[in-house]
Design a protein around this ligand. Sequence first.
Ligand code: HEC
Length: 110
Amino acid sequence: MLNKCLVGGLWFFFIAASPLLAQEINLERQQQLTHIVKQDCGSCHGMTLKGGLGTPLLPEDLANKSIEFLSYTIINGRPTTAMPPWREILTEQEATWIAQQLKLGSFNDK
Ligand code: HEC
């Protein structure tokens, strides 16, 4: 437990201290985010992200959409649609990471 706090604290220090590392998300959090995408996002977008109530989120569907646009959608949701805002659960950095991975199709081989 103490160890976990230490590791978390170190990461915070790292991220806060170095703008160059601002894009890094530790492995444990990456696994949590992958789980969130499959379970929570998957409930609308489909477990394999090929769409359901939500639109498909496969690389070919997102090819023309920027990472900024996608992460903005994740953080703020889309008012008047079923897409909810995730800002209580995800940071902008995490939403950016998810948008990058969606465009790469990484969630489908994990
Ligand atoms: C309650 C259902 C629901 C959940 C849960 C949900 N979404 Fe959505 N999402 C939608 C719908 C519906 C749209 C399409 C909105 C529209 O018509 O513009 C959408 C749109 C999007 C878009 C924009 C796609 C595009 O082509 O412009 C992204 C990116 C996205 N969702 C990511 C996520 C992520 C990541 C999660 C999980 C953190 C998530 N969504 C969870 C319903 C959902």
